[in-house]
Design a protein around this ligand. Structure first.
Ligand code: ATP
Ligand code: MG
Ligand code: MG
Length: 550
């Protein structure tokens, strides 16, 4: 492999292997089961899994369920499903951090016995005050010099439920004058009389994240623990824990930048808010960027992998334009998805010189750019539907589609010339009339006559009725994510539902998650919740036009 193309994490791993720090690579993805995974997590999953693959190492999935307050087992299944869907495989390396509570307790005892941890009776507020600020050092707790025996006794009593929540904590004894505030005797265990989803009522003391996480990594033999930048300041504490608990092969923490997307809500906290307030239709509403939502909207694992690769790993936080995600799914589907005809806003087109009871089948390629997708037969007849805005009674200059007297091509079918129209009392066009040139079958005329406009159509009698849902960003791009009062600045037009779309008969058997290009209208996916045979529902994944250049 070329050295120049290696990211900073790969370079660090290469160095560790060369120096003999480790002789293999083991990574992990450690989600907290407190919500659904989103596109940011996909970056972390694919990064960690990718490293394990690249170095022929192991990849662990570990549920970081040490906080009994927020976690629910209901999220565990969705997380597993999403990771599998992305193509990351933890094989038999599925772990729960709560399974290590005994070892964490033992580790705490070890620290106490080494004189490296003490039970502190200060309140949370006092601890905060004593901690000091970036400019001034902290103040030592009056309980800091308790004897080892007293600490052992008190810690055991904490475990045995003798103290109420918040009355006592176990703290690491490090350095109250450290310039890194995380090192000023951080709390490592707290009392919380809560039922844990896994260990039930076995424990009433729970380890803090900064203590638990390095232990989890060390127990599993993780070599490289990749996490996001906000943990950079916690690394000295991470290293302190694995050193003082005396693990044989201490893991190494490496930080990378979080993935942020513009114009969408990425934080679990905000997504939860949208779900709980009923602003969106659940965690997998196609306007969200949870993995479940992206899947429902019609994104493919390949498109997300491409996206994550394009974004790359870096040490600097930045936001990526959502348009890049659109670009990736277009790239992935343009040759994979069949291109079929659908009309979102139908108006009748009647071909007056076409025989009344005749129908014919036209052979149409499924994807002009990919002959491997073969061809299909499309029914043609006297009455069709076309897109309402493919007709104008009084066209402006350079309008090449249908208007009285103009000839256009019905895609893959015939040339037709508009002869007239019908309107209802309100002046709405109800029917457009035309004549066709039978010699132009297939879409070309033998006399070499050219037409400028080509439009799609659907035979009226055999057309499939469908609902199509079009999406826009849920946040109004121009005005930013938040209003002045801190509320989310929602785009009122983020969902448009069109109920009477007409699709060619070949759509009849479309199944959930099937993906198509509707020619001229974008890429669409059959909705997995609401679509039924006979009442199809499609989500527009993305339109065909792109402003994004690479
Ligand atoms: P959120 O803030 O969205 O709730 P989180 O960090 O609390 O995310 P966890 O379940 O704790 O969610 O995250 C599991 C892993 O995913 C962590 O290693 C975390 O660093 C990583 N991760 C979370 N968000 C992102 C992101 N936006 N980009 C890259 N990695 C992320
Ligand atoms: Mg977290
Ligand atoms: Mg979180």
């Amino acid at each position: 492999k070329e050295v120049t193309s290696r990211n900073f994490i790969e370079q660090a791993i290469d160095q560790d292997l060369a120096d003999g720090v480790y002789d293999h690579v083991c990574t992990r993805f450690p989600p907290e089961p407190n919500g659904y995974l989103h596109i940011g997590h996909a970056k972390s999953i694919l990064l960690n899994y990718g490293l394990a693959q690249e170095y022929h190492g192991e990849f662990h999935l570990r549920f970081d369920d040490t906080n009994p307050m927020k976690e629910k087992s209901e999220y565990v299944e969705s997380i597993k499903e999403d990771i599998k869907w992305l193509g990351a495989d933890w094989k038999d390396h599925l772990y729960f951090a709560s399974d290590y509570f005994d070892q964490m307790y033992e580790a705490a005892l070890k620290l106490i016995k080494k004189g490296k941890a003490f039970v502190c009776d200060l309140s949370a507020e006092e601890i905060r005050q004593y901690r000091g600020t970036l400019k001034e050092p902290g103040k030592e707790s009056p309980y800091r010099n308790r004897s080892i025996d007293e600490n052992l006794k008190l810690f055991e009593d904490m475990k045995d439920g003798k103290y109420p929540d918040g009355s006592k904590v176990l703290r690491a004894k490090i350095d109250m004058a450290s310039p890194n505030i995380n090192m000023r005797d951080p709390v490592i265990y707290r009392v919380a009389h809560m039922t844990h989803h896994n260990t039930k009522d076995k424990w009433c003391i729970y380890p803090m994240y900064d203590f638990a996480h390095p232990i989890e990594d060390a127990i599993e033999g993780i070599t490289h623990s990749c996490c996001t930048l906000e943990f950079e300041d916690h690394r000295p504490l991470y290293n302190w824990v694995v050193r003082e608990v005396e693990y044989q092969m201490p893991p190494r923490q490496i930080e990378f930048a979080k993935l942020y997307l513009t114009n969408v809500v990425t934080g679990k906290r905000y997504i939860k808010k949208l779900v709980e307030e009923g602003i969106v239709d659940g965690w997998d509403d196609p306007r969200l960027v949870t993995i479940a939502a992206l899947k429902r909207r019609g994104f493919t694992p390949e498109s997300i992998r491409m996206f994550v690769e394009l974004v790359g790993v870096s040490k600097a936080n930045s936001s990526v334009d959502y348009a890049m995600l659109d670009y990736c799914i277009r790239e992935d589907l343009k040759k994979k998805a069949p291109r079929m005809m659908g009309v979102l806003h139908p108006v009748k087109l009647v071909i007056d010189n076409y025989p009344k009871d005749k129908k014919e089948e036209l052979e149409v390629p499924n994807n002009m750019e990919n002959p491997n997708l073969g061809s299909r037969k499309v029914i043609f007849g006297r009455e069709l539907y076309i897109e309402r805005d493919d007709f104008m009674e009084e066209p402006p200059k350079k309008y090449f589609r249908m208007y009285p007297g103009n000839e256009v091509r019905l895609m893959n079918a015939y040339f037709v010339t508009c002869t007239g129209l019908k309107k209802d009392e309100d002046g709405i066009i109800t029917e457009i009339h035309c004549t066709y040139d039978p010699k132009s079958r297939g879409g070309n005329s033998p006399d070499g006559r050219k037409v400028k406009g080509t439009i799609q159509w659907v035979e009226a009698e055999t057309a499939v009725l469908a609902q199509c849902r079009l999406y826009e960003n849920i946040i109004d791009e121009d005005k930013g994510v938040y209003n002045e009062d801190g509320s989310l600045n929602l785009n009122p037009d983020s969902l448009t539902t069109i109920d009477d779309c007409r699709l060619e008969a070949g759509f009849l058997n479309a199944k959930p998650y099937d993906k198509f290009q509707f020619v001229r209208n974008g890429f669409f996916c059959v909705d997995s919740h609401d679509s039924r045979p006979g009442a199809l529902v499609f989500n527009r994944i993305v339109s065909l036009k792109s402003s994004f250049k690479i």
